[in-house]
Design a protein around this ligand. Structure first.
Ligand code: MYR
Length: 181
């Protein structure tokens, strides 16, 4: 039986939409369970962390990338390889510190909010996509890169762009990395 060429792409679109809708349902449920936005944000971050520490193996296996030589390379890899692979978008990257350890990922398009118009007024401090921060933090920790990851701007909150800040916490030379490729 022959398959129409668009079928695989359609299936991808459907699973991505299902994922995005499921994520929305998760956030909605957490908002019912927790009164404070900070508690929802912390829950999403923890959940993302648990995903990130597992996702890194899949990422390294599928991408076959080499060990990065600088924080700048790592930030580019997250944006150009990991985001592209898992979310189908490529954020732009900028370094925001003279020390070279703080980076911003700017998302023109954020697929996780495809079905979200705006945050309700009473949820003004909610970081709707905070799961992503935990995923990045968890994945980096598994390759011996301690980092703080937070949303710095969010279009859902009326900001002009969505910006994720990554601050690497150690000096690159202190990195004890199991991978030697
Ligand atoms: C290395 O130097 O060992 C490679 C470092 C690779 C870090 C990759 C981190 C992946 C983060 C996944 C984010 C997914 C967001 C959707």
């Amino acid at each position: 039986m022959s398959r129409s060429p668009g079928r695989k792409q359609d299936n991808h679109k459907i699973s991505r939409e299902l994922f995005v809708l499921t994520y929305g349902a998760l956030v909605a449920q957490l908002c019912k369970d927790y009164e404070k936005d900070e508690d929802v944000n912390a829950y999403l971050d923890r959940m993302g962390y648990s995903i990130g520490i597992r996702l890194i193996d899949d990422f390294l296996a599928r991408s076959a990338v080499k060990k990065c030589r600088s924080y700048s390379e790592t930030a580019d890899m997250i944006a150009q390889v990991a985001f592209k692979m898992y979310l189908g978008v490529t954020p732009s990257v900028s370094c925001s510190s003279a020390m070279g350890n703080e980076f911003s990922l700017i998302l023109d398009k954020n697929p996780l909010v495809d079905f979200v118009e705006e945050l309700p007024a009473e949820r003004a401090s909610l970081c709707y996509c905070n799961l992503l921060c935990g995923v990045i933090r968890g994945a980096l920790e598994m390759v011996q890169l301690a980092a703080e990851v937070t949303f710095l701007q969010d279009r859902l909150k009326g900001d002009a762009v969505t910006e994720i800040g990554i601050t690497f916490l150690r000096k690159p030379e202190d990195r004890k990395h199991k991978r030697n490729k």
